[in-house]
Design a protein around this ligand. Sequence first.
Ligand SMILES: CC(C)(COP(=O)(O)OP(=O)(O)OC[C@H]1O[C@@H](n2cnc3c(N)ncnc32)[C@H](O)[C@@H]1OP(=O)(O)O)[C@@H](O)C(=O)NCCC(=O)NCCS
Length: 189
Amino acid sequence: MVPAPQPGPPADLSPPVLTDGVVRLRLPADADLPDIVAACQDPEVSRWTLVPSPYGEADGRAFLAGQAPGRAAGTDVVLAVEEVATGRFVGLVGLHGIADGDAEIGYWTGPWGRGRGLTTRAVRLACGWALGGLGLQRVGWAALVGNDASRRVAEKAGFRVLGALRRNLVQRGTRVDGWVGDLLAEDLP
Ligand SMILES: CC(C)(COP(=O)(O)OP(=O)(O)OC[C@H]1O[C@@H](n2cnc3c(N)ncnc32)[C@H](O)[C@@H]1OP(=O)(O)O)[C@@H](O)C(=O)NCCC(=O)NCCS
């Protein structure tokens, strides 16, 4: 068995420079608000994630204002994904429930950023940081059964999809089946 890290001070979730030359991850900024609100209008985002639906500017502001406590506690960090070539915000990738060497990844990308491998790149960078600099042992992934695009991103980023659990997720008040997977530090190239 691999021992869990001993409890210590909260993890420092200030991200280092995280880029592969095509995407860059950085902390979300107030200037991202219009893009966040626009992306969360997309039915695919509300179908497959837990963002409020309908999603308005107040939801975006609450999201931005609500980031600091989780970061300060060392438990949650959400990063904006920016396309390097254009500087355009395309989506968010988050590490949640960071504790005892473990975290859960989540992501969405606005329709204007999809289909070009940008999310896969962002997930790889976030996981590289989580399992490298942050020293976690495992990053978990979960998606509603049928979310093939999310599954494909996870698999391309190196996650092993382990199967489906029955009614392990709650989506808008209903318990539903979810795929689960994980990526361990030793899985990274
Ligand atoms: C999932 C999501 C982030 C993917 O973003 P993206 O930028 O298009 O992802 P990438 O371009 O990096 O890769 C997408 C991969 O999924 C595949 N894909 C896209 N839609 C698909 C679908 N409906 N069925 C199967 N595969 C699909 C693409 O072909 C590509 O794989 P390939 O490179 O082998 O061809 C985006 O669709 C999204 O935001 N969806 C709504 C929110 C969501 O589902 N978040 C995840 C919650 S767990």
